[in-house]
Write a new protein. Structure first.
Length: 334
């Protein structure tokens, strides 16, 4: 997962729409206080980019991401599917990682929640070319391949081993989707045999949705298909205080992109109300990807200190502070 540490990193930066530019500014403000040399290459994508350039994701932006060591992405509005899904597919970012962790002074269901959802990122229901209108309405095709599911399940078990996690949970709906999710379940246990030191279990996605509420502390690593992972990760956000606290990473052979799970939130855009922590946590995931673990630990500890103190918090966390006031407080605690 990690790349080799370097003296200088080329980071593609795509603020995007709505609050994307605000949370991005806050994250970079703290990144610049670390003893690491970043060269930011700004690029456009999203709704405003579509209006300005006639394309939500210009080829130039894709090239910038390809040539960078990593990419930070803020938020996309109505064009999210045309931007994020296309970036994932074009750069073969097959793994979507969404950590769910409880922090102090949040509306967390429990203070012991700490799991990660490893979501397959390239197939399943999110294949735009496989959805079409018919005379009766519309039809979508769900694609599950052995190659892609083997790859993501292997990734989940490897992640568990490298991060000292003791259990991996496979999530599917094989009782109804007997062929596609039946294949996923079969591959899950085939791969599990290579990791005898890691405990395994599998649940139907609807049962998982309930267990995340009734016993979220039981989960460590969840691996699942594209649509299920998308839905469960938003449920995970609800467990720990909202989307403003959930980062994500998109990892592949040809690049890596880090973004908060929240959207563009046009209702609060430009008002300085956005919580930048999810963007900051995404930047921390980027630091770990780059092999800069010491800086990542420092950044993470500063966020934890700010949340523990509870003096400077945005409105969604029950405070009155602005986006950049919170960023300033994190920087001061580095």
């Amino acid at each position: 997962m990690n790349t080799s540490k370097k003296d200088n990193y080329q980071i593609a930066v795509i603020p995007g729409d709505g609050i994307g530019s605000e949370v991005m500014e806050a994250a970079i403000y703290v990144l610049d206080a670390l003893d690491i040399d970043f060269n930011y290459i700004y690029a456009e994508a999203g709704d405003e980019c579509l209006k300005k350039n006639g394309a939500a994701l210009p080829d130039k932006t894709l090239d910038i991401i390809r040539n960078a060591d990593a990419c930070l992405f803020g938020a996309a509005g109505e064009t999210a599917a045309d931007v994020i899904v296309k970036i994932r597919q074009e750069l073969k970012m097959f793994a979507n990682l969404r950590p769910v962790k409880s922090y102090p002074n949040t509306q967390s269901l429990s203070d012991k929640i700490d799991f990660i959802i490893v979501r397959e990122n390239t197939e399943g229901m999110y294949i735009a070319d496989e959805e079409r209108y018919t005379d009766e309405g519309a039809v979508a095709k769900r694609i599950i391949t052995r190659e892609a599911e083997e790859r993501i399940i292997n990734y989940a078990f490897k992640y568990a081993k490298e991060h000292n996690k003791s259990k991996v949970t496979g999530v599917h709906k094989a009782n109804v989707l007997k062929k596609s999710d039946g294949l996923f379940k079969d591959i899950f246990y085939e791969v599990a045999e290579k990791y005898p030191e890691i405990a395994t279990e599998d649940y139907y996605v609807d049962a998982t949705a309930m267990y995340l509420i009734t016993r979220p502390e039981d989960f460590e690593v969840i691996v699942t298909t594209n649509l299920f992972g998308d839905i469960l990760s938003d449920e995970g956000a609800g467990l720990v205080g909202g989307l403003g606290l959930i980062p994500s990473a998109n990892i592949g052979k040809d690049g890596a992109l880090f973004e908060p799970v929240h959207g563009s939130a046009p209702d609060i855009a430009g008002q300085g109300k956005a919580n930048p922590i999810a963007m900051m946590l995404s930047a921390i995931m980027m630091l770990r990807y780059l092999g800069e673990d010491e800086a990542a630990d420092k950044f993470d500890a500063a966020i934890l200190k700010v949340l523990n103190d509870g003096n400077i918090l945005t409105g969604d966390l029950g405070g009155l502070s602005t986006t950049m006031e919170l960023a300033e407080e994190v920087k001061n605690n580095l």
